[in-house]
Design a protein around this ligand. Structure first.
Ligand code: ADP
Length: 234
């Protein structure tokens, strides 16, 4: 008997309403399953609920209705520290603005991301070096961000997201600050990670970026629908 792949993200009627006044239903009873190895892109106009979705999927915010299971773990009853621990172990974040520490080298930036996890210093260093290698940045590991191009900075940010070996990479407009050439290189890198089995969720308003995903969901007024052309996993 074959087993269906394990869901990484399992949203069951997940909703989020900001209390207001007036109350805003930023995400409305959303059902979504993202399996291990999926490459999902999320599109929608400004104010549609993309950040709300990312904050919920990334355990940065908690639903006001419904249930969210991350890798089979029901996140509803977790304490703040339980939630932070789960986030650190399972999720890597990539943001539009890179958010690298200016006075630290690329290697230190990646290493420091693991500081608050129970990973011994020697292993942190090894995993950081390995992550930089994975994004093709080993040769620049001692450079500070000011000496790196935008594309290189984003690759370091991806290495930082990968270093703790998460099961899910959540990317918020990862190409938003990149020119066309660097956008292409970054999308190629995401494709490589996907081929290696990484689960990717990429939020974007750039159709060129969303087309690269294997599945695309659209958010409109807090409602999530999957595009019919998506190559859904079986
Ligand atoms: P997007 O990321 O697609 O631009 P958001 O998820 O940021 O959209 O916002 C979805 C809706 O929720 C918008 O109507 C926005 O104004 C509202 N919203 C976002 N954050 C808050 C908040 N902290 N309090 C009240 N309303 C909010």
């Amino acid at each position: 008997m074959s087993h269906s792949p394990r869901p990484v993200i399992d949203f069951r009627a997940v909703g989020l309403q900001y209390p207001g006044p007036p109350p805003v239903r930023a995400l409305d009873s959303c059902d979504l399953t993202v399996h291990s190895g999926d490459y999902l892109t999320v599109v929608g106009p400004s104010g549609s609920g993309k950040s709300t979705f990312l904050n919920l999927a990334g355990l940065l915010d908690t639903p006001t209705s419904g249930r969210y299971l991350l890798n089979g773990i029901d996140t509803r009853t977790l304490s703040d520290s339980g939630r932070a621990g789960l986030r650190a172990r399972h999720i890597g974040f990539v943001f539009q603005a890179f958010h690298l520490l200016g006075h630290r080298s690329a290697l230190e930036n990646v290493e420091l991301s693991m500081l608050y996890q129970r990973i011994p210093a020697r292993r942190r260093r090894a995993q950081a070096a390995e992550a930089l290698d994975r994004v093709g940045m080993s040769h620049r590991s001692h450079a500070t961000p000011a000496r790196l191009s935008g594309g290189e900075r984003q690759r370091v940010a991806i290495a930082r997201a990968l270093a703790a070996r998460p099961s899910l990479l959540l990317c918020d407009e990862p190409t938003g600050n990149l020119d066309t050439r660097n956008r292409q290189a970054l999308l190629d890198l995401l494709d490589r990670l996907h081929r290696d089995g990484m689960t990717l969720v990429v939020i974007t308003h750039d159709p060129y970026v969303s087309d690269r995903g294997q599945r695309t969901v659209t958010i409109q007024d807090g409602r999530l629908t999957e595009a019919s052309g998506s190559r859904t996993s079986v």
